[in-house]
Design a protein around this ligand. Structure first.
Ligand code: UDP
Ligand code: MG
Length: 214
């Protein structure tokens, strides 16, 4: 009996340990979600600076993949131009590689998962679940104004694609936020305010993750 109990406990322990492991490091992942133009990228830079996270923008990784001349490049570029969601295998592989390559153990995953399939595939493949989800809530009017005002030369920052991205966000990405909300994992931020004011709210959420100075 003693050995049976020991076995059961060992198995249970191993499962607990396997969660959120990436090779031999245990990682903390925060999903940063919100509509296009809600300020995810901007606030992620602030979080990196103050709290020592590494920022992984799924969109940036996909754009880098196009530039690298990968075999998936043309497919990814066409999806982005149309505001569609790239197959999750592609995005998950890029995110996984980026986390393995980096020595840090705290990651902000920005702009992913974008639909339920993305979310389930990421959890199944990586066995990583987010510590929480940071959700930037903003009106479409304000997001549209910001997207049309920024001049980053992105192929998808035109009014036609922006409208498509809003539709995809409401139909596919909001359900992901609702999924995590049901698990009490969503920290919702009013993202319509000026950047410094939004960051004040963000800071309060990340305070427990502050770098410990010794
Ligand atoms: N994209 C995707 N999967 C992702 C992240 C991005 O397919 O996990 C594609 C999608 O076509 C999206 C585009 O990349 O519209 C731009 O995403 P990004 O997050 O850079 O833009 P944002 O929504 O933050 O403005
Ligand atoms: Mg972005």
């Amino acid at each position: 009996w003693f050995f049976v109990c020991l076995m059961v406990e060992t198995l249970f322990f191993m499962q607990v340990v396997a969660e959120n492991m990436l090779g031999d490091k245990k990682v903390t992942v925060v999903f940063v979600l919100g509509g296009p133009g809600s300020g995810k990228g901007t606030q992620c830079s602030n979080i990196v600076e103050h709290f020592g996270f590494t920022h992984l923008s799924a969109g940036d990784l996909l754009r880098a993949e196009i530039k690298s001349g990968s075999e998936n490049g043309t497919m990814i570029e066409n999806m982005i131009k149309e505001g569609k969601i790239v197959p999750s295998e592609v995005t998950i592989k890029l995110l996984q590689q980026a986390m393995i390559k980096n020595e840090n153990d705290k990651f902000l995953i920005d702009g992913f998962p974008r639909n339920e399939e993305n979310r389930a595939a990421f959890e199944n493949v990586t066995k990583i679940s987010p510590a929480f989800v940071l959700f930037f809530n903003c009106s479409e009017e304000e997001m549209e104004r910001r997207l049309l005002g920024r001049n980053e030369g992105r192929v998808d920052d035109n009014i036609e694609t922006i409208r498509k991205r809003f539709k995809v966000f409401v139909e596919s990405s909001l359900p992901v936020i609702e999924y995590y909300d049901a698990k009490d994992k969503v920290k919702k931020i009013d993202a319509a305010k000026p950047i410094p004011e939004v960051f004040e709210d963000v800071k309060a959420i990340f305070a427990p993750y502050a770098k410990v100075i010794v």
